[in-house]
Design a protein around this ligand. Structure first.
Ligand code: ADP
Length: 404
């Protein structure tokens, strides 16, 4: 069975065609600057990647190009669209409606649209992807996989904000979290890696990339997560500030003469590693600069690890302990120096990083010492595979029920 995974952004369309039984990625690519000038389409795997400058006025055009590239030309991987069995769409905001992945029908589309108020750019983009697929592949089963659904298990004391209750009632303002597909995937893989049941473990998963988030998973149930109403909350990130004193917002608006949109832009695009280092949002660049003696780059590095440490402490307290800490995404998987800084000084809590294992190896692995009470694992994330597997589950279930 082949599942096409679609991740539509406001001006991009990312995709992977995954053969489920072998877990193999048959093809992947991205259409960039859709609807703008200089749009281009990258298609293929590793050395076989082709980049074609080509006009795309909207997501329908982009989708048509993707399907053409999958079924014809030098990087063709299937003979016809019949070989795509189902489509899985990444959708950012599922609000209170969706606590799992669902088959896409008119009602689901209407709800994704309604929830666009909470994630305007993202949900509208996902809808463009969904509509483009409806247009180019009418009747093909489609499933929506939400970034937020994994966190619908959070208790109310964790998802509410201590602001007037009426905002929750009027606007549904609460913590929804994000990166849920990644946290769910690495948590399940970590339990498999350890040959234990997720239901028996207290786990903290750390998705540290350009965007960063952490989740506390108590015996298989997500009980807290660092991102909030939007993906701006929580940890310090590449360009996002994460949690700050909310009084900073009106202060800066007043003193810098900024509008709401402008301050939003500052906090989302000009803060984090970039804002502090003044050099880059890319940790590799910040690392090099700090090793060359740049003090602000060093500070950015230290603040990033400090931010992760704070959430570790919080979640250990919330769960009354931790058995497994999982690291994933660009920084979590690749940066041994950041991992060393995050875990330094935690030996008295039974969390002991093995410095040699931390420097070496690749793929899924354990990097804690044999006598560490808490196991530290690196599990590369694979959100696309998770979306494909969910798509398969939903479609097969409906087929079993005779609804498809
Ligand atoms: P995104 O959130 O955009 O998906 P990624 O998970 O790809 O981000 O992570 C990107 C981050 O990972 C960047 O800050 C990059 O510098 C960092 N990164 C990737 N490889 C390394 C490495 N070898 N050492 C340090 N940082 C790395």
């Amino acid at each position: 069975m082949n599942v096409l995974v679609i991740n539509a952004g406001s001006s991009s369309l990312k995709y992977q065609l995954i053969h489920i039984e072998s877990r193999q990625v048959l093809a992947k690519g991205i259409c960039e600057r859709v609807g703008g000038e200089d749009s281009f389409h990258k298609h293929g795997i590793d050395d076989n990647e082709l980049v074609i400058d080509t006009p795309m006025k909207d997501h329908n055009d982009a989708m048509a190009l993707v399907l053409e590239a999958l079924t014809s030309g030098p990087n063709k991987v299937i003979d016809s669209l019949d070989q795509i069995d189902a489509i899985g769409h990444r959708v950012v905001q599922g609000g209170r409606y969706f606590d799992r992945s669902v088959f896409i029908d008119d009602d689901v589309i209407a709800k994704i649209d309604e929830l666009a108020e909470l994630a305007p750019l993202h949900n509208k983009a996902a809808l463009m992807g969904i509509r483009a697929c409806q247009q180019t592949m009418p009747g093909k089963p489609m499933v929506a996989v939400f970034d937020t659904s994994y966190f619908q298990t959070l208790p109310q004391k964790a998802f509410m904000y201590p602001v007037p209750y009426e905002y929750y009632e009027k606007y549904a303002l609460r913590k929804y979290g994000a990166h849920g597909t990644s946290h769910r995937y690495v948590a399940a893989r970590a339990a498999q890696f350890l040959d234990e049941s997720l239901d028996d473990l207290k786990m903290i998963t750390c998705h540290l990339g350009n965007g960063c988030s952490m989740t506390a998973i108590d015996h298989g149930i997500a009980i807290d997560t660092s991102m909030g109403l939007t993906p701006l909350d929580g940890l310090m990130m590449g360009t996002r500030c994460g949690a700050i004193d909310p009084a900073i917002v009106p202060f800066v608006m007043e003193h810098e003469g900024l509008s709401a949109d402008e301050i939003n832009d500052v906090m989302n695009k000009r803060s984090g590693l970039l804002g502090i280092s003044g050099i880059s949002n890319d940790l590799r660049t910040v690392r090099t600069a700090s090793e060359e003696g740049n003090e602000r780059a060093q500070l950015a590095y230290e603040m990033y690890s400090h931010s992760v440490k704070k959430y570790l402490g919080q979640y250990i307290a919330e769960m009354g302990g931790v058995d497994v800490i999982v690291l994933t995404a660009g920084v979590g998987e690749n940066c041994d120096k950041m991992r060393r800084m995050i875990f330094s000084g935690l030996q008295t809590m039974g969390i002991i990083l093995d410095l040699e294992k931390n420097r070496e190896g690749s793929g899924e692995r354990e990097i804690s010492t044999d006598d560490s009470l808490v196991q530290i694992l690196i599990i590369p994330t694979n959100e696309e595979l998770m979306i494909a597997l969910d798509t398969l589950d939903v479609v097969e279930q409906l087929r079993l029920e005779g609804a498809l």
